[in-house]
Write a protein that binds this ligand. Sequence first.
Ligand code: NI
Length: 186
Amino acid sequence: MYLMKDIVRDGDPVLRKRAAKVEFPLSDEDQELAKKMMEYLEVSQDPELCEKYELRAGVGLAAPQVGVSKQMSAVLVPSDEEDGEPVFKDVIINPVIVSESVQLAALSEGEGCLSVDKDIPGYVPRHDRITLRYQSTDGETHTIRLKHYPAIVCQHEIDHLHGVLFYDHINKEDPFEAPEGTILIG
Ligand code: NI
């Protein structure tokens, strides 16, 4: 199981590389990687286990964050209701945003990242809605529409596969200045 010591931190060049496409069928090694990344998110979202293993809770984890420069990210956006089905849960492989809304959205609290230990305040403008195409671990291609929070999470995770970190998008002069019309979420 991945622990915080396995998470690559900002400053490591792997986080700034463009990750390589993943070949199908997945190798055993890639299957294991996908499984372990999702396991991290599941365990981290269980308050007791999160504390026990001294994890930081996360909703997304990209392969470069565990030192593997491949286009694979685990995403687990939990339900708003207790014990409800997750809003989105999958390991997205070779993901591509095929279309995006002009409407921008940002989390009102800003974003965080398991690879960034300090709080970096500011709005991170993203597309409010996206159409995402990706492959799942079985090689099946999915095309799905996401909006608001899960769309933001996926954009954050896809950025990791392109060597981009959330704070790159924050306005340097005024961190809480977002392009006009950006809606705030959360
Ligand atoms: Ni991140």
